[in-house]
Design a protein around this ligand. Structure first.
Ligand code: DGT
Ligand code: CA
Ligand code: CA
Ligand code: ZN
Length: 573
């Protein structure tokens, strides 16, 4: 069981406990434990196997440690099984509806006997929900609007979550002597924001041996199907996995076919037809001699045979990439190694879990040359946001730290300043003026009407001391819709006032999305890819932002934090 699955089980237990009315102290312990486990770099399984004292990990107490041991020893939690005797598992789907917490979900279950999303939808449509204590007409409408998000959350996982399963499967198959070649295709390879199922392609010395090996992967819940070349399994609390065993001379063609997207493949096959060729998962065949494949072992040759340069999977959506490949004009996409600095992160001063110095050391260790410390401003009281006095003190500390830093590294004095509900910035201009880097963010009043929230953001862009708008649409993938913001108007203002827009690399946010990023590139708005890290490990989220940027066709020149700090600054001054 990987860390992701462990964390998920703890969260599910917390949800169920809260649903049944348990006290919030206990459930908070499980949720904190889950968060700690998700952030961990080491595998819990390994730590437990080595008899490590888990409670030494911050965020993990005795009860969480015991639950983890139970999960790894037995595969499930007795306490959870007991609760599931009295409430159907499908009530957990209700909790995926934005704004529907365990208490409200319990009310729906107890008062209206609602146990799944379909029943919830029809109850809302029949105006039954608004009558419950604490609900009302507005809540009912919000719930109804959120049901599709919940339905998707159930079916598709975040790319970063899928990646944990891929890593696990990769190392499982690495030890299988019958595997000659292996590749993960599908939406995972295209680095889509969310992934439905995983698609594995294998060249095998012995098909049966590979399939037997597959069936033995940790946490297989069920073998769905097994045929001569195809097999499908479902992983416990994880995705379905399709496995296809292909001959080596078809591996490249199969990889091309099963990477998709469908839209890209349709266009590729049409192109083949126009050239009297046929492309399928077995190879490329000429109409003149349909028996003999002219390409198929390597994916690159499949594209070449169609007069195309190889197209990176992130671009395979039939949005113009085939035309560019034909002219050999594909963008030279940004890579992780192009990134020079990270300009959005938090410390223990607000809701982060590491000091400024620890964040700086971690950033240096991964090869960055500058970071900006951007803790929250005072409006974010839940995160102990900084007022003027505390912020100025933090900046003094940064001045001191910079004295000690090596020449090739600098810590910038920043702030993530809230854009107030009524408009305007949470800290006065005379403070913002002294910062190296000012991020403006919306955290409150996210549900305001389009005109109002758009005006708030544009107001921030107009402030001469603001450098950038963070997570400009506020969406959380699978759990929260974007603000009703007019991004066209925001981008126009960014151009006029020479401001930047953030691509927040946190795997749940990936905000801006690929379409907005491509539009921003077209207008010449500099994008900054930032991790919004709340702990040193969080700095590693940069790779998710890079993937998103690549899907949007961004090159190093489009991304401001590929530059030195000096060059970056000159873009906005
Ligand atoms: P997912 O799993 O929903 O996140 O998305 P994909 O893209 O991984 O889709 P999946 O797993 O159904 O199929 C993998 C790839 O195989 C898909 O991207 C393209 C190819 N493929 C599968 N079925 C078809 C089909 O009926 N027509 C075409 N043209 N391609 C297909
Ligand atoms: Ca798939
Ligand atoms: Ca599939
Ligand atoms: Zn932040």
């Amino acid at each position: 069981m990987n860390n992701q699955q462990l964390a998920k089980q703890l969260e599910t237990l917390a949800d169920l406990l809260e649903f049944t009315g348990a006290n919030s102290f206990r459930t908070r312990a499980y949720r904190n434990g889950a968060r700690a486990i998700r952030q961990l770099t080491q595998s819990m399984e390994k730590l437990i196997a080595e008899n490590e004292d888990l409670t030494r990990i911050e965020g993990i107490g005795k009860s969480v440690a015991e639950k983890c041991q139970e999960l790894l020893a037995t595969g499930h939690l007795k306490q959870m099984e007991e609760i599931l005797q009295t409430v159907p598992r499908s009530v957990l789907d209700l909790l995926n509806v934005p704004k529907l917490g365990p208490k409200k979900a319990a009310a729906l279950f107890n008062e209206l006997q609602i146990t799944n999303l379909d029943q919830l939808k029809s109850a809302c449509e029949n105006n039954l929900v608004r009558g419950l204590a604490g609900f009302g007409e507005k809540t009912e409408a919000a719930i109804l609007a959120g049901i599709p998000i919940a339905a998707q959350a159930n079916a598709r996982m975040l790319w970063a979550e899928a990646d944990q399963f891929v890593e696990q499967l990769r190392s499982h198959f690495q030890k299988c002597p019958a595997v000659k070649r292996i590749e993960f295709a599908g939406s995972y390879r295209r680095c889509s924001e969310t992934v439905g199922d995983l698609d594995i392609l294998i060249v095998a010395k012995d098909v049966d041996e590979v399939m037997d090996w597959f069936a033995k992967v940790d946490s297989v819940a069920e073998v769905i199907a097994r045929g001569p070349t195809k097999m499908a399994v479902r992983l416990e609390n994880g995705p379905n996995v399709d496995l296809r065993v292909v001959p080596n001379e078809s591996f490249g063609a199969a990889l091309q076919y099963f990477t998709g997207s469908k839209e890209h493949n349709v266009a590729i096959r049409q192109r083949a037809k126009d050239r009297n060729l046929k492309v399928n998962e077995w190879g490329v065949f000429s109409d003149a001699d349909p028996e003999k494949s002219i390409a198929g072992t390597e994916e690159n040759d499949v594209y070449q045979s169609l007069g195309l340069t190889w197209i990176t999977p992130e671009l395979r959506e039939n949005r113009g990439e085939i035309e560019l490949a034909e002219k050999n004009q594909l963008p030279k996409l940004i890579e992780l190694k192009d990134i020079a600095g990270d300009l959005h992160m938090h410390t223990t001063a607000t809701d982060g879990s590491a000091t400024i110095e620890e964040m700086a050391e971690a950033a240096k260790a991964i090869g960055l040359h500058y970071i900006a410390i951007t803790d929250h401003s005072k409006r974010v009281s839940m995160a102990n946001g900084l007022n003027k006095k505390r912020l100025l003190e933090q900046w003094e500390e940064i001045d001191c730290l910079n004295e000690w830093m090596t020449d090739d590294f600098i810590i910038l004095k920043g702030i993530e300043c809230d854009i107030l509900e009524a408009g305007g910035m949470d800290l006065p201009d005379d403070v913002l003026e002294q910062a190296d880097w000012v991020i403006a963010s919306v955290h409150y009043g996210q549900n305001q009407p389009s005109e109002k929230i758009t005006q708030r953001i544009i107001g921030a862009i107009e402030n001469p001391f603001v450098s950038i708008i963070a997570h400009p649409t506020g969406r959380l993938i699978n759990s929260r819709p974007p603000y009703d913001v007019d991004m066209e108007a925001v981008m126009d203002a960014a151009v006029t006032h020479r401001k930047m827009l953030e691509l927040n690399a946190s795997p749940k946010r990936l905000d801006l999305n690929e379409f907005h990023l491509a539009a921003a590139k077209k207008r010449g708005i500099p994008i900054v890819i930032s991790t919004d890290a709340h702990h040193p490990h969080g700095l590693r989220a940069m790779r998710y932002g890079i993937q998103q940027a690549r899907r949007a066709g961004l090159e190093p020149k489009d991304v401001a934090n590929t530059r030195t700090w000096g060059d970056l600054k000159s873009l906005i001054l």
